[in-house]
Design a binder for this molecule. Structure first.
Ligand code: SF4
Length: 87
């Protein structure tokens, strides 16, 4: 189920791209390299989610510093430590 405003959620519709009737993705996450349209700042230095309070469930479930987080950081050439890089 979409989590967009038009479907009763909190995610601004302009940030979502529909994939199927039941699935959407954040705009920019299919780009190469991927970059969510809601991300502001410079990766590896200081970034913030512009819609942090309204971010969708996959973002809420993704834990900073988790194994998956560390794997993603390594894929992008970043150190495992996330201290001071997330607001
Ligand atoms: S947490 Fe925010 S910036 Fe990161 S993917 Fe989710 S919506 Fe985009």
């Amino acid at each position: 189920m979409h989590e967009t405003l038009s479907h009763g959620g909190q995610l601004p519709d302009a940030l979502a791209e529909t994939i199927t009737a039941r699935l959407c993705r954040l705009r920019g996450t299919d780009h190469s390299p991927p970059r969510c349209a809601a991300l502001s700042g410079r990766i590896g230095q200081r970034v913030t989610c512009a819609i942090y309070e309204w971010r969708p469930s996959p973002c809420r479930e993704f834990e900073a510093g988790s194994h998956a987080c560390q794997q993603a950081r390594r894929r992008h050439g970043l150190a495992d430590d996330v201290q001071g890089t997330i607001e």
